[in-house]
Design a protein around this ligand. Sequence first.
Ligand code: 0X9
Ligand code: ZN
Ligand code: CA
Length: 531
Amino acid sequence: MRTALTIALALVMAGLAAVPGAAADYPAKDSDYHSYPEMVSHIKQVAAKHPGLVRVFSIGKSHQGRKIWAAEVSDKVGVDEGEPEVLFDGLHHAREHLSAELPIYILDMLTNQYGKATDLGKRVTKLVNQRRTWIVFMVNPDGLQYDLTGNPYRSWRKNRQPTPGTNKLGTDLNRNWGYQWGCCGGSSGKPSAWNYRGPKAWSAPEVRALRDFVKSRAVGGSQRIRTHITFHTAGELVLWPYAYTYKDLPADMTALDLATFRAMGKAMARTNGYKAKQSSSLYPSDGDMIDWMYARQRIFSFTFELYPTGGGTPKHWYPPDEVIGRENRRNRDAILYLMGKASCPYQALGTNSAKNNCGPLFDDFEIWRGWKANPRGTDTATDGRWVRGDPQKSPLQLGSAVSGKSVLVTGRLPGHDVDGGVTTIRSPYFTVPASGKATVRLKYWVGMGASTSAADGFTVRLVDKDGKIVKILRKINGGKGRKLKPAWTFLSSAAPAGHGGQRLAIELKVVDSGKENTVEAAVDQVRVVAS
Ligand code: 0X9
Ligand code: ZN
Ligand code: CA
């Protein structure tokens, strides 16, 4: 009796264990597609074959505990050489099978072409040597494996995470990102909906894993990843932000960046025959990955909707495996273009833009890029210290920005001018080109009331790695009843000779020595360019 029971129990348990353990697979007719376990074994093989070029690792786990696999491709793999970085990801949506093949293709193409003497081989070799490429293969492995349990498939889109307080399951991973989450009717709050946004932003572990990986690439306030494609199907589209609004140029995008998105999008679409347009013009959505990537990280982030045109039915999600190779190769030049532009996306606008925007330092102050307040620990101001943000207008403060909506300003709100002493802030250190020829360009304004003293004022200076002042680029003093109405003013000043290859930084200083004086200043669009 006892033995029989034990045996029966063992059989039952073996049977139960076999269900979650058994890996669902593609049917024979689609066997060239990769299931999750096939993808894992493939990328591990590639890494084993190219140990100097490829490292595979997991960025975190899915809801059901599958590892979300990623690869780094670079010469000197695993070493941070400070190179520009690129990110590709696929399969936010389970049923979009081709979107999981593109990331695998990128890994294969880069490793197969590396070191070859053909034109393509040379192009790839140069990019692999000069970039650090990150590939996240399947953002939604649980969803895919579930989709494969259908006959043949289940048209499943979301992840497999239960929604607390309901008997529903699954969050749309491309509605769960935390920028403008649920803002605008571009997602559903209904747990059963195909585009359910989740109970809160970042509720899906898959989305958090990808977010945390991207954030981990911001080194010292500077995001190393500059360009990105997230692969979806279908529609044959190249889409740029934003998805949450129809506005081409909302306040959270700069005119320069919009022009760059358009130029890059159109250039890529010329190579693959897709249509390039703003994401929302397909239909608006909120909590979309590329909106967060651009708004919060200022990454030039694109959604590719792959083959075929149109969308929304099994025919669009499940093209036969015969098309995989052709549709992968169709996107090769767009991928290489995007990798090329990671050194400075503004190159996409031509040589003038590259000259003006692609130097050793660029800051439009739309996100925090690592300036250091009170770098010498000697600041004494009790109010109106330097902050980054959207300034509010007051009699001696402009409410405008040169780019986007934010600037670096002494006190963002009215009634908060500099008081009680000194406030300083220092840019990240940059390397002067070997030629020694570099020019600092920025826009600034200064506002001063009539009662300032000669000790009050605004200074822009270059400092070396020890904090020693290398050059005063501008100095504006108060005193003698001098009033200054704020107005955006252009400053362009060359670094003094003899600093080629050295690390320098820009320091801004504002002094208000007496409490009753009003002194305000702001800067925007700071650039150091080779001259
Ligand atoms: O709805 C999505 O997340 C994407 N389309 S899909 O058919 N692959 O699901 C579109 C992503 C871009 N966002 C918008 N067009 N709003
Ligand atoms: Zn999709
Ligand atoms: Ca700005």
